[in-house]
Design a protein. Structure first.
Length: 253
């Protein structure tokens, strides 16, 4: 079995439902206690609404908040798929993924953001971390807010990214900004049909069918908020509307 086929198999084993929705927990709140309380409430709303996984991310909180939320979610009796993105600290992400039942680690950029010499060191360390972890790795290429320093073509960076991960995450220019369909199509063509491709920003109930046509899943944050912005609070009606749209995509309607 090739590495690409193995990655596809691991993805489908973790997410047997087509077009899984991975929901962000941004860890907003006024203090540590509020961030934990809000994360638990928002996770419950998201999971009750039918999302396939929640991603704990130190977007507003810090790593201590991440640890508290992981501990709380993993201590609850209902099984759930937990993802993790520790911004700017991949080492800590893998350490926490071993401490808690984290199914996958998301890394904002796994190829293209570093000059060649630095990229070699990065790739070697990522390979070591990945080899010693049970968690899947989802990684961005040409990801929002990330520089492009590799000197390689987009297709070349995508090939490297696919070899370094179990799935590629594609975004547009920023949080909550719709990802260009042309970019999703380019990524799919370069990666081929076997590499899981996840749209990581800007998916809504209105554009879900188009965004997911060539993708295998979506990471959703802003749309689930009451304000449709990352600073908002998860709203059950927004979750229901989005999951209804995804249900139509899954059924082919």
């Amino acid at each position: 079995m090739t590495r690409v086929a193995a990655a596809e198999g691991r993805w489908h084993a973790l997410f047997p439902t087509p077009k899984p929705v991975l929901a962000m927990l941004h860890l907003g709140g006024d203090d540590a206690a509020d961030r934990l309380s809000r994360a638990r409430t928002e996770a419950a709303v998201l999971l009750d609404g039918g999302v396939d996984a929640v991603i704990v991310e130190n977007y507003f909180g810090d790593v201590d908040d991440v640890r508290r939320v992981l501990d709380a979610l993993s201590s609850e009796p209902t099984p759930k798929v937990i993802g993790l993105n520790v911004l700017r600290d991949t080492e800590r992400a893998f350490a926490l993924a071993e401490e808690f039942p984290v199914a996958f680690v998301q890394i904002d950029s796994v190829a293209g953001h570093l000059a060649p010499d630095a990229d070699l060191e990065f790739a070697a360390r990522l390979a070591e971390l990945r080899a010693n972890s049970r968690a899947l790795v989802l990684g961005g290429v040409r990801f929002k807010y990330q520089p492009v320093e590799s000197g390689r073509s987009e297709a070349e960076d995508l090939a490297l990214g696919a070899a370094r991960t179990d799935g590629i995450v594609v975004t547009g220019d920023g949080t909550g900004i719709e990802t260009a369909v042309s970019k999703i199509e380019r990524f799919r063509e370069a990666l081929g049909p076997e590499v899981p491709l996840i749209v990581g920003a800007g998916v809504t109930d209105a554009n879900a069918a188009e965004q997911l046509r060539h993708a295998d899943g979506a990471v959703v944050g802003s749309f689930f908020k009451d304000t449709y912005r990352d600073t908002g609070i998860v709203d059950a009606d927004h979750v229901a509307r989005f999951m209804a749209a995804v249900a139509r995509v899954r059924s082919g309607r």
